[in-house]
Design a protein around this ligand. Structure first.
Ligand SMILES: NC(=O)c1ccc[n+]([C@@H]2O[C@H](COP(=O)([O-])OP(=O)(O)OC[C@H]3O[C@@H](n4cnc5c(N)ncnc54)[C@H](OP(=O)(O)O)[C@@H]3O)[C@@H](O)[C@H]2O)c1
Length: 258
């Protein structure tokens, strides 16, 4: 995929939450888990859909009752880069954020022996640094709403496996980021959920199975809807409760497998 020009999305359907709806920001909102979470929240929330492709973001925004776009390449976290420009345009128009779901992520497969530095850099930038940068920018709005941050992690953030060191390292780092953030933000009323799905039937799973040279068997993986339900557990928790960590695996999963 190529990155698209950054900045405010000209095809934004709403520049804030005019309906007075609670606001949910979803990175990786164009496909897979992020798109499913966004659709699940669409009846009740104003959505901010994050993605790299202006057209893909616009298509999702147009399909939702109240939504706007955040077009940025999360691989570009520099101070004057794509993400910074997009956040500078978004943040002043977003006084509150009730839910922030970090679903965007990349999977770079390969052993430590074979993986180029670029795979490590990409994994750490998109899966960790961008999460910190987006969260930092939205923290005042999250604090204002006593909001919830969900970091979509992975089983790979709990147990490292061969031939995916860069991915596992990034997800372990993401877990640490989430744990630090939870402790820091407790006094500000912001809750943080680290959500760890096992293998899910999405494009990313197709990439992984192709790398493994195995046959794709959708029935062996979690349905996206099951991950959405897990996210809902945190979103629907009462204000007295913090759902700190959720691990959800395919039913037949065994600890000696990925
Ligand atoms: N699928 C699984 O088996 C599985 C298991 C455990 C955890 N997870 C985690 O779940 C999350 C979502 O995965 P998924 O399966 O839904 O993946 P997916 O179907 O491959 O979708 C990935 C999403 O991330 C976005 N994205 C990727 N690189 C980006 C970048 N540089 N800048 C902006 N957006 C970028 C993509 O946007 P574009 O449309 O622009 O590419 C897309 O919306 C990831 O964090 C992943 O690590 C997945």
């Amino acid at each position: 995929m190529t990155s698209q020009p950054a900045g405010p999305d000209s095809r934004t359907r709403a520049s804030s939450n005019p309906d007075g709806r609670p606001v949910a920001v979803v990175t990786g909102g164009t496909r897979g888990i992020g798109l499913a979470v966004a659709r699940d929240l669409a009846d009740t929330h104003h959505l901010v859909i994050g993605g790299r492709s202006r057209d893909s973001v616009a298509e999702v925004v147009a399909s939702l009752p109240s939504a706007q776009g955040l077009v940025a390449d999360l691989a570009d976290c520099s101070d004057d880069g794509s993400l910074a420009t997009a956040l500078d345009a978004l943040v002043p128009r977003l006084p509150r954020v009730d839910v922030l779901v970090h679903s965007a992520g990349v999977l770079r497969n390969g052993t430590v022996a074979d993986s180029p530095a670029a795979d490590w850099a990409d994994s750490m930038t998109v899966n960790v640094v961008a999460v910190a940068v987006v969260t930092r920018a939205l923290l005042p709005a999250l604090r204002a709403a006593h909001g919830l941050v969900i970091t979509v992690n992975s089983g790979s953030g709990l147990t490292a496996t061969p031939a995916s060191g860069a991915y596992c390292a990034s997800k372990f780092a993401l877990r640490a980021l989430s744990d630090s953030l939870r402790q820091e933000e407790r006094e500000h009323g912001v809750r943080v959920t680290s959500l760890h799905p096992g293998r899910v039937d999405t494009d990313m799973q197709h990439e992984l199975v192709e790398f493994e040279g195995a046959e794709y068997d959708a029935g062996s993986y979690l349905e996206v809807a099951s991950v959405v339900r897990a996210a809902r557990l945190a979103i629907d928790a009462g204000p007295d409760a913090s759902v700190d960590m959720i691990s959800v695996r395919p039913r037949g999963w065994r600890p000696d497998t990925t």
